[in-house]
Design a protein around this ligand. Structure first.
Ligand code: HDD
Length: 698
């Protein structure tokens, strides 16, 4: 990838004009008046009352009083970054959108990732859908792709959105629970609205617990339409595929991280970009000719359905790289305003009723959230394409529109701004005809087949996690009829699934399947088949105490870092530890300030004294045990193996006398090139989900 600094970036150049630095500056009022004292109010005598005339006090307090704006009604919690989109393969055959046809162009973007249900201050790692919203600052205007990390949605018609969101948000009487779907109202909605079933399978799967924003897919969800120069339409589904593969956290781990580091995903994104380990995604399209609209066993306009990749392959055509953090969270990440209606020539909509309602909602919501109609002028929202129209006035108008005429048609400004001409947007000419009705199409009626497809496509460990998630969520529902209602629907998805869930939540398991399983699967849906590229950006903890074998530490640490991992040396206390060879080893973090859940793997180097000390330290023993339970790579050399034994990971003798050994537990003796290689491979595998871990308490 070219160094971003080498590229002319019109968006960054535009933002440069708005960037404000405190460096070398004097403190002033909002009027530019230099302030002599900002620590003491103006008062009548040292202990006297504050004076009304203190304009600095009043201005400072007033501004502070008005700092907050309403949070997003959904997707309130998020993190954003700038980047670039480059096209490798032209889609000129299908669309006139310049950024999808001209492979010489680099298009600046801003991406905001988010959770859906929680408030702005909620934890990152809750079980939830993740938003993946991209603003392309194209030369033809902004194009917003406002997607999620799951390819389907809860409902088919946007008129149900307020009902759904009210059901999933904290309950009205007490505003409990925060950022969680594990409560009665959500599941009550689900059991009465079975179109949710496919999405609920995704939500109960590990997809709802991404390890990193750099390790999750993105989907435009709806079927959109591309339109070419001849005016021919092609249905399209948009996809983002992370270069690092799609990987998730363990459920128990996510809950602990929510306390230990509620900013886990946000921090990960920030740190990756700061360290130059830029998140990358492949942009792909599934294309369906209009004449094939009815060749699938489902309706392309139904947002609760995917087009299986085996039926229509995803064609990779571009790359997105996120390479710049915002300067100011509020100004950029909070004030960015996405809208599905922000399209460019060559991209159009379909009659998907969810999409149609969204076309109304996004512009509307920004008006209350950002306080008026001029939010497109905010730096993060402003297009790089020129903006000229007859919109005038409103709160916080930034532009100094010149001229007498603010209407079309006019003769006083020479008829300008001019309407039409090359590059102007023309709507796709779809013929529509029908009676005015409120009725869901029959073609939207199958709510189970694709939920079954998803279930059938899962690896055994993924199925186990799904069953565990349903049990957890429904186990939090106080109303038995809600639990029963959901199990009845699950029995239409898969009988085994329904029985396994029912058993965990005290509901009578159904005796026979309600709908026979069709037996079809789509391997692309399983994270078990996610490509694993490297250990890039993986965090490895190295546990040490005085007496550590520093040669082994350095050899293994260097191998991990060379492969792209981030290593941190942890000890009971910050500072330095004494190595066995007399040298000193710098400690990166004191163990009490971190936890195993904040790392992807743990390594214990040898050194008799070091390991003896660690084995008597509950934090260290718990660290490796917990890493093991969360199926992470655990490595130990020489005496270090003793800590694993102390934690009950290795050396455990069961009745048959065998020592338990496990996938992803890497041990070795003496210096070798083999050990670091095996450890790197174990870390790159992400998690060893098939591990037998029930015997280790953590
Ligand atoms: Fe939405 C925000 C994604 C259905 C109404 N939505 C929002 C964001 C994302 C999505 C990623 C956050 C954007 C940001 O970072 O600022 N929404 C989706 C997807 C949907 C979907 C993938 C289904 C395919 N949404 C949907 C419906 C409606 C809305 C059906 C209403 C009819 N969504 C909104 C909203 C939000 C929003 C109320 C809240 C904040 C905002 O727009 O800017 O307008």
């Amino acid at each position: 990838m070219a160094d971003p600094a080498d590229r002319a970036d019109p968006k960054q150049e535009q933002l440069d004009l708005r960037r404000v630095s405190p460096e070398g500056a004097a403190l002033t009022t909002d009027q530019g008046l230099r302030v002599d004292d900002t620590d003491n109010s103006l008062s009548a005598g040292e202990r006297g009352p504050t004076l009304m005339e203190d304009f600095h006090l009043r201005e400072k307090i007033t501004h502070f009083d008005h700092e907050r704006i309403p949070e997003r009604v959904v997707h309130a919690r998020g993190a954003g970054a700038y980047g670039h989109f480059t096209l490798h393969e032209s889609l000129a055959e299908y669309t006139t959108a310049e950024f999808l046809t001209d492979t010489s162009l680099t298009t600046p973007v801003f991406v905001r990732f988010s959770t859906v249900a929680g408030s702005r201050g909620s934890a990152d790692t809750v079980r939830d859908v993740r938003g993946f919203a991209t603003k392309f600052y194209t030369r033809q205007g902004n194009f917003d792709l406002v997607g999620n990390n799951m390819p389907v949605f809860f409902i088919q018609d946007g008129i149900k959105f307020p009902d759904f969101v009210h059901a999933v948000k904290p309950e009205p009487p007490n505003e409990i629970p925060q950022a969680s779907s594990a409560h009665d109202t959500l599941w009550d909605f689900v059991q009465l609205q079975p179109e949710t079933m496919h999405m609920m399978m995704w939500l109960m799967s590990d997809r709802a617990l991404p390890r990193s924003f750099a390790m999750m897919q993105g989907f435009g969800v709806h079927t959109f339409r591309l339109v070419n120069a001849r005016g021919t339409g092609t249905f399209v589904k948009f996809h983002w595929k992370p270069k690092l593969g799609t990987h998730s956290l363990a459920w128990d781990e996510t809950q602990k991280i929510a306390g230990k580091d509620p900013d886990f995903n946000r921090r990960d994104l920030w740190d990756r970009i700061e360290s130059g380990d830029f998140p990358e995604y492949e942009f792909g399209v599934q294309l369906v000719p209009e004449e094939d609209e009815h060749r699938f066993g489902f309706d392309l306009l139904d947002a609760t359905k995917i087009i299986p990749e085996e039926a229509v392959p995803v064609r990779p055509v571009g790359t997105l790289v996120l390479d710049r953090n915002p300067d100011n969270f509020f100004a950029e990440t909070e004030q960015v305003a996405f809208h599905l209606g922000n399209v460019v020539p060559g991209i159009d909509f379909t009659n998907d009723p969810l999409l149609q309602a969204r076309l109304f909602s996004y512009l509307d919501t920004q008006l209350i959230r950002l306080g008026g109609p001029n939010f497109p002028q905010l730096p993060v929202n402003r297009p790089v394409a020129p903006v000229r129209n007859h919109h005038r006035d409103g709160y916080h108008q930034m532009d100094l529109n010149q001229g007498q005429a603010s209407y079309h048609k006019n003769s006083l400004s020479g008829g300008c701004p001019a309407v039409g001409g090359a590059g102007s947007y023309g709507h796709y000419q779809e013929r529509v005809d029908g009676d005015k009705i409120r009725k869901r199409s029959e073609s939207f009626a199958d709510h189970y087949s694709q939920a079954t497809l998803f279930w059938n496509s899962m690896a055994d460990w993924e199925k186990e996690h799904i069953v565990g998630a349903f049990r957890f969520e429904l186990g939090k529902c106080e109303h038995r009829h809600i639990r029963e209602g959901v199990v009845a629907h699950l029995n239409n998805v898969d009988h085994d699934l329904a029985v396994r869930v029912a058993k965990g939540i005290g509901v009578a398991p159904p005796e026979a399947p309600a709908t026979p399983n069709h037996g079809l699967s789509s391997p692309a849906l399983s994270q078990a088949h996610s490509p694993v590229e490297s250990v890039r950006g993986r965090k490895v903890a190295i546990l040490v105490a005085d007496g550590v074998d520093s040669a082994a530490l350095t050899a293994v640490g260097d191998a991990l870092v060379e492969a792209g991992a981030v290593c941190e040396v942890l000890a009971a206390e910050d500072g330095f530890v004494q190595a066995a060879n007399g040298g000193q080893v710098k400690v990166d973090r004191a163990m009490p300030t971190v936890a195993s859940v904040l790392y992807d793997a743990v390594f214990v180097p040898g050194g008799e004294e070091s390991v003896r000390t660690l084995a008597r330290n509950g934090d260290a023993v718990h660290f490796v045990a917990e890493a093991f339970v969360h199926c992470k790579a655990v490595g130990a050399l020489d005496a270090g193996i003793g800590l694993l034994e102390r934690a009950g990971i290795t050396g455990v003798r069961f009745a048959d006398g065998d020592i338990v050994s496990d996938a992803g537990v890497v041990t070795g003796e003496g210096p070798s090139a083999e050990f670091p290689r095996r450890l790197v491979a174990a870390v790159a595998a992400h998690r060893h989900w098939t591990r037998d871990k029930a015997h280790v308490p953590a």
